[in-house]
Design a protein around this ligand. Structure first.
Ligand SMILES: *[C@@H]1O[C@H](CO)[C@@H](O)[C@H](O)[C@H]1NC(C)=O
Length: 296
């Protein structure tokens, strides 16, 4: 009977969109947290673990070794978010590094490093930008919350105009593209994401005065909600952003700059939480401050 066939066809047609809606939902949200898909553990053996159905990654450090992971993809520009919960209690001497880096002698790098401290003393968030192998651009901050009590989002916006470091959406540092005045800017070398937890007690806490207390080991840092949905994956000389599917021109983050609210919050952080700025360290640069310092 033709009419019943038509009817069951209609039913099928009704169900297909339902199935489409139900089935991929797990894989479409996976891009925001799918550690096995996006990362590989690179060192530390079982000290690095991917847990909770791929939603959580933990690194640990004991006297014998730290641990680390890196992204499978390389990126050339992106807005990359990760939530971290840092080593709690007496974390003095521990360093949790979370950064983007390219390879080779003239590498580019964008760094977050979290320097632990004695219980109740503030972590130092250390940042740096390397372009073509040149760094020496440290800015350090204390945070306006306890980064060990809960997860917080640490983001890097990297596009051809600027690099912005943000914490929970608040910009803490901006590094502008000042190629026009002769400052190299990272824009030609693809970078991987790296993270590691290691013992930095020769320098991390009060310049190395406070040593890691191994009786508190293992130390653990946790990661979740990785999101690089707005990033250009670089693969065999091609960017995912220039494919016809997602023309670069349509991605607003690729041309995003700090709006006036962003500028205001950046100034608030720099005024109240910045504890070191290479651009104010005249003693360190007796020949004169780096060029970018006089143009921001
Ligand atoms: C540790 O705490 C001291 C005292 O509050 C502070 O000066 C220092 O910046 C903190 N961080 C590190 C990494 O030493």
């Amino acid at each position: 009977m033709p009419s019943s066939t038509t009817c069951s066809n209609y039913l099928l047609l009704l169900f297909i969109p339902l199935l489409i809606c139900i089935l991929p939902s797990s894989s479409s949200s996976s891009s925001s947290s799918n550690f096995n898909q996006h990362f590989q553990i690179t060192w530390g053996d079982a000290r690095a673990k991917i847990l909770n159905n791929d939603q959580l990654l933990t690194l640990s450090l004991d006297k014998a070794s730290g641990s680390g992971f890196q992204s499978k993809n390389q990126y050339l520009f992106g807005k990359i978010d990760m939530q971290l919960k840092l080593v709690s209690g007496n974390s003095a001497g521990t360093v949790t590094a979370y950064y983007l880096s390219s390879k080779g002698g003239a590498w580019d790098e964008i760094d977050f490093e979290f320097l632990g401290n004695l219980s109740g003393q503030p972590y130092t968030l250390h940042t740096n930008v390397f372009s073509q192998g040149k760094g020496n651009r440290e800015q350090q901050f204390h945070l306006w919350f306890d980064p060990t009590a809960d997860f917080h989002t640490y983001s890097i916006l990297w596009n051809p105009q600027l690099i912005v470091f943000s914490v929970d959406g608040t910009p803490i540092r901006e590094f502008k593209n000042l190629e026009s005045i002769g400052v190299a800017f990272p824009k030609k070398q693809a970078m991987r994401i790296y993270s590691s937890l290691w013992n930095g007690d020769d320098w991390a806490t009060r310049g190395g005065l406070i040593k890691t207390d191994w009786s508190k080991a293992p130390f653990t840092a946790s990661y979740r909600n990785f999101n690089a949905d707005n990033a250009c994956i670089w693969n065999s000389g091609k960017s995912s952003c220039t494919s016809s599917k997602s023309p670069a021109s349509s991605a607003s983050w690729l041309s995003q700059e700090l709006d006036s609210t962003g500028q205001q919050r950046l100034r608030w952080v720099q005024k109240n939480y910045m504890i070191y700025n290479y651009c104010s360290d005249k003693k360190r640069f007796p020949q004169g401050l780096p060029l970018e310092c006089t143009h921001s």
